[in-house]
Every structure is written in structure tokens, then in C-alpha cells.
Ligand binder design. Structure first.
Ligand SMILES: Cc1ncc(COP(=O)(O)O)c(C=O)c1O
Length: 398
């Protein structure tokens, strides 16, 4: 058979991350590559009790198809949870439950843009967002960042030049808090500025916030959606880092006229999200277990973050730089000298450590001297040893 593959596949490349996940099982290899939560944070006992109870008492509902937008109890409980944790108000009519926020990202490209349209992201940005946008044949313009997040003055001039060239961006996508991959958090000033730009140029703003609750240091910076004028912001959330990623549950908060369009697309994608997961999440919030578990996750991850940052200070005294995140799951390491971290992956694996090269997160094929390091998955000793092996790979000791 001579298969004629679709045009949407043109920009889609096999993800370095998927390749790395395969190697994660190599004996002795320390993987700082994946973006996985630590299995020690999975609330197994609580989930077992919730699941047993649901099966015993509500099997007729929990194993049935759900409405496309979501199970009503779950839709109803999310606004209160978000008001408590994120400080913004919404109603159940503003919510759609998805199979992970990853599905929400894909839906965005279908709902707010046409193939070939230009959108704006951070540079670097989340590799899964790059895949979702590529799968919709969108053109990404990445805006550079520093440790206060996306540079919004650069954003402003890019918006102006894009509009002048007749390619007004269809939306702006940002991960303002503990960004994946850099760990950077956008300052309040820039949050206000990006919101002002979105409103004044009439370009929808998408705030993706999977890590917001995992803060280890410093004061909370309010989500953009909670700021004055933030009602039109589309907000993506997930249970992956506060419950488990395997239950595949995320949500998008949007104005009702946008939710109705997501509804149409989701009917075509999968009819509805996993009903059982939605009931589990509902009970997990209702019982208050989510708040207790997040507090435990923070304790564990703060220690791991410190171990990684301290190990980098010990091992990389050669002018390399790295982010010192106040939360989330990642450190962004930029190696001194003229190195290409993608080309060095094989050498690193020979030395028993894996990472994801900066290029995987770039909209332009840049970020060659950088890499993303995950500090949540490995055990404490592996994190230290992993950084030692990295320094052996990158620093030529005499
Ligand atoms: C920034 C960002 N958005 C979305 C996702 C997707 O998460 P999920 O589909 O598990 O909700 C991730 C996962 O790592 C992420 O880092």
C-alpha cells in the first residue's frame, strides 16, 4: 500500500522525550529527562478508598458515558477549588474537563486558529504544546525569556510587527508560573503587561498552570486570570501533579461562548473524558485530600529541588548557569562554552545520565547550550549522582 500521509504530519517529529522514556529502563541510567511526578506522591490509599466506594455505591454512573463537557458534580466542584487555590471566580458553565490538559492544548489549536495561522509562545516552551500546535499546522513565534518570564516589551514589538505584516497572532500561549522547561516565574508587572496587550490588541491569552500549586519558596504570584481584566483569559489546569497523571484529567476554563466550541471539537475527539477519573477527582477534592497531598508533595519536592541546585553549585564551577526555581519540577541548565547539548545526549547516556536537550523546547531550533533537568522523579542520591555524571560529561577536568 502506498500510504499518503496527511499534511498535518509534516511538522511533527518524533519526540526526544518519547525516545528517552524508552531508555529510562536501561539498568543504572539516571534519568533527569522525563517530566514525571515522584511515584511517592501518588495518594494510593486515599484513591483506593474512593474507588472502592464509588464502585460499590455508584457503578451505574461511574462506568457510564459522561456528558462531553464533563460529569456534573466535577464541573460543579472545580470553581470552588479554583477560587480557593488560584483566587479567581468562574462558574461550572465555564469549565470543560479533558483527558489531561494536553488535550486542552490540542483543542485550542482547533478552536482558536486555522491551519497556517501564527501564534505566540515563550521561547523555549513546553514540548507537548509544540506538538499540539504543530499537529494543527500552526506557526509559532517564540518570545525570549529571562528569570522574570516572557519579555513583554519584546512581545509588544513583535505583536506590532506581525500585525503590520498582516499576520495577527491567533493567540498567545504562556506558562507563567514555574515554566516548563525553564522553571522561571513571570513577575506581576509582566503579568499585568501581557494582559493589557492581550486586551488592547484583542488577542486571546492562554494561561497554562500545571505547577502553580507546587511552590517551595517565596510568595505566591497571582495567576493572570485572577488579575483585573483577566475574565477573557483561557486557563488550563490539571490533576496530573496534584493527584496522578495516569488518571489523565485536566480542564480548561473559558468564557461560555468558547466552551461551546470546545464542546464541538471534543465530541469529535473522544465524546467525553474518562467518567471514572472525573468521579475520583470530585471525591478527592470534596474530601479535602487534594490539599493534604499537595502539602506533602511540596515538602518532598522542596528537598529535591535543593539537592539538585546544591549539586549544580558543587559540580558546575565553570561559568555554566542554571535557574533556581521557586517551585515546579525543572531546572534549566545552560552549559558554558560552545557545546551542543543535543549532540552530547549519547555521551551523557554512556556516562549513565539522561536529560532533554534545550532544542526540544525551542520553536526555532535554538537553545543549543541548554538542557532541562527534572528534580522530582529521581531519589535523592540519584539526583546528586546524576549531576556528578553530567559534570563528568560536560566539564573536561585536567
Ligand atoms: C506546561 C504543561 N502543560 C500541559 C501539560 C500536560 O499535562 P497533562 O496532560 O498531564 O495534564 C504539561 C505536562 O507536563 C505541562 O508541563
Amino acid at each position: 500500500m502506498n500510504y499518503k500521509f496527511s499534511y498535518f504530519l509534516n511538522e511533527m517529529k518524533p519526540s526526544e522525550i518519547r525516545e528517552l522514556l524508552k531508555m529510562a529502563s536501561t539498568p543504572g541510567l539516571i534519568s533527569l529527562g522525563g517530566g514525571m511526578p515522584n511515584p511517592g506522591t501518588f495518594p494510593s490509599a486515599v484513591l483506593k478508598q474512593i474507588m472502592d466506594n464509588l464502585i460499590e455505591t455508584r457503578s451505574a454512573q461511574v462506568f457510564q458515558y459522561a456528558n462531553t463537557l464533563g460529569v456534573q458534580e466535577t464541573l460543579d466542584i472545580i470553581p470552588g477549588y479554583l477560587e480557593k487555590t488560584q483566587g479567581f471566580k468562574c462558574t461550572p458553565q465555564n469549565v470543560i474537563l479533558n483527558s489531561g490538559s494536553q488535550q486542552g492544548l490540542y483543542e485550542l489549536g482547533k478552536v482558536l486558529a486555522d491551519p497556517g495561522d501564527t501564534i505566540i509562545t515563550e521561547e523555549p516552551t513546553y514540548v507537548g504544546a509544540i506538538s499540539a500546535f504543530n499537529a494543527n499546522a500552526l506557526k509559532m513565534v517564540g518570545i525570549e525569556m529571562d528569570d522574570e518570564g516572557m519579555k513583554t516589551d519584546v512581545l509588544e514589538s513583535r505583536i506590532k510587527s506581525l500585525i503590520k505584516a498582516g499576520t495577527k497572532p491567533s493567540f498567545i500561549y504562556t506558562i507563567p508560573t514555574f515554566q516548563n522547561p525553564t522553571g522561571f516565574t513571570m513577575s506581576l508587572e509582566r503579568r499585568k503587561h501581557i494582559l493589557e496587550l492581550s486586551n488592547s490588541y484583542d488577542i486571546p491569552l492562554i494561561e497554562d498552570n500545571p505547577y502553580g500549586e507546587l511552590r517551595y519558596y517565596g510568595n505566591k504570584v497571582p495567576p493572570i486570570k485572577s488579575l483585573k481584566g483577566g475574565d477573557g483569559v483561557l486557563y488550563l489546569g490539571t490533576f496530573s501533579k496534584v493527584m496522578t497523571p495516569g488518571l489523565r484529567l485536566g480542564y480548561t476554563i473559558a468564557p461560555t461562548e468558547v466552551i461551546s466550541k470546545f464542546n464541538l471539537i471534543k465530541q469529535a475527539l473522544d465524546l467525553a473524558t474518562n467518567t471514572f477519573s472525573q468521579y475520583v477527582a470530585y471525591e478527592y477534592i470534596k474530601q479535602g485530600s487534594i490539599y493534604k497531598q499537595v502539602a506533602l508533595n511540596i515538602e518532598m519536592y522542596r528537598k529535591k529541588r535543593d539537592i539538585m541546585v546544591n549539586a549544580l553549585e558543587e559540580e558546575f564551577r565553570d561559568g555554566s548557569t542554571w535557574s533556581k526555581p521557586d517551585g515546579g519540577m525543572f531546572v534549566w541548565l545552560t552549559v558554558a562554552g560552545n557545546v551542543d547539548t543535543k549532540q552530547m545526549v549519547g555521551e551523557a547516556i554512556k556516562n549513565g545520565v539522561a536529560y532533554i536537550s534545550g532544542q526540544a523546547f525551542s520553536t526555532t531550533g535554538g537553545q543549543k547550550r541548554s538542557m532541562r533537568l527534572n528534580f522530582t522523579y529521581g531519589d535523592d542520591e540519584q539526583l546528586k549522582e546524576g549531576i556528578r555524571r553530567l559534570s563528568k560529561t560536560f566539564i573536561k577536568k585536567n
